[in-house]
Design a protein around this ligand. Structure first.
Ligand SMILES: Cc1ncc(COP(=O)(O)O)c(C=O)c1O
Length: 339
């Protein structure tokens, strides 16, 4: 793809499924692309990026992957999985609040053998800065560290979704979707910008909408522009890279990152009870709640063809604060019969 090699983690294209009961409920033609069904450790979008990052790491002779993120980072879990699969050590450096229990992604990280460092109380710390300290520490111990920035969202990682844009365009054509709208949740922007570059570069008939899951400031917008212009420079294509050319909705963030929100839980229940597909409370559930709102507001028209990318994240349901909120609302359907 664009002259780049990768290791193989995915098993070919991920399926696109039509969801009849959600389509009927929302009045649109709702398709879902199952990137949550990618092979390793509960799957997710980061594996597409990691195919390219791991190849680069192995080529450079790295012995260890080190990445950064929030305490419950899905990207950290999948980096740990890819490291295990390719015989590398892994460390996940996080900043945030230790939840007081080792559950959800934290538990999976350790099962997969990664070290997890929690800079407790370090909300808002600069991830690339904290990483430096730990890269030095592991290199002093004799490791050769390959560093992956937050969310795997760098130019190398973007390749995963540039490639996915081709896959999507071919699948949509096969399904007879002529000019559908691809919708993805957007966090650290690698997924959105990769898809944007790929769809624009190949002149795909599909349009693209991102739904931000946390507030973006000017520096985030600049980051999006840099990712696109960096990809253009490195892979030799030419697509507009100004924020104004992008279509990322900023109205459905629910105020902050990974917060428990009733509307999001309701959206998760709707998808689970209509289609038996599990979304997550941080990314895909929030984006789906945004889609429902956009349909109500007329931003998405009735009858539109939508392809929603399920980017994974299901282990997030077991995160302490989300689990407790669900428990409170769902406990009335648990019947404890004393024997
Ligand atoms: C499950 C899930 N979906 C979506 C995203 C957002 O992808 P990106 O960071 O590339 O914008 C992430 C990022 O961590 C994620 O874990």
């Amino acid at each position: 793809m664009f002259g780049r090699e990768k290791v193989k983690i995915l098993d070919g294209p991920t399926p696109i499924e039509y969801l009849p009961r959600i389509s009927e409920e929302l009045g649109v033609n709702f398709y879902i692309k199952r990137d949550d069904l990618t092979p390793l450790a509960a799957g997710g979008n980061k594996l597409r990026k990691l195919e390219y990052a791991v190849k680069e790491a192995l080529d450079e002779g790295a012995t260890m992957l080190l990445t950064v993120g929030g305490v419950q980072t899905n990207h950290g879990r999948l980096t740990a999985a890819a490291a295990a699969k390719f015989g590398l050590r892994c460390a996940i450096v996080t900043a945030g609040t230790y939840p007081g229990e080792i559950s959800a992604n934290l538990l999976l990280d350790r099962i997969l053998g990664a070290d997890v460092i929690i800079e407790n109380g370090g909300i808002g710390m600069d991830f690339d800065e904290i990483a430096k300290k730990y890269i030095e520490k592991y290199e002093a111990e004799g490791e050769k560290v390959y560093y992956i920035t937050v969310g795997g969202s760098d130019v190398t990682g973007a390749l995963g979704y540039i490639e996915c844009a081709e896959e999507l365009t071919a699948q949509a054509k096969e399904l007879g979707i002529e000019d559908g709208r691809v919708i993805t949740t957007s966090g650290s922007l690698g997924t959105y910008t990769g898809l944007y570059c790929g769809l624009r570069a190949m002149d795909s008939p599909l349009s693209l909408t991102g739904i931000a899951i946390m507030p973006y400031d000017d520096s985030t917008k600049r980051r999006a522009e840099e990712l696109i212009s960096g990809a253009c420079e490195r892979f030799g294509f030419d697509v507009p890279s100004s924020w104004d050319d992008l279509n990322i909705e900023l109205d459905y963030t629910q105020g902050s990152y990974n917060n428990p929100v009733k509307e999001v839980r309701d959206a998760i229940l709707l998808m689970a009870r209509k289609e038996a597909i599990l979304l997550d409370p941080c990314y895909t559930g929030k984006a789906f709640a945004g889609i429902i709102k956009m349909i109500e507001e007329g931003k998405i028209e009735k009858g539109e063809d939508i392809i929603f990318i399920h980017t994974g994240g299901m282990p997030g349901l077991y995160t302490k604060h989300h689990r407790e909120a669900f428990e409170e609302e769902l406990k009335d359907g648990i019947y404890i019969v004393e024997q």
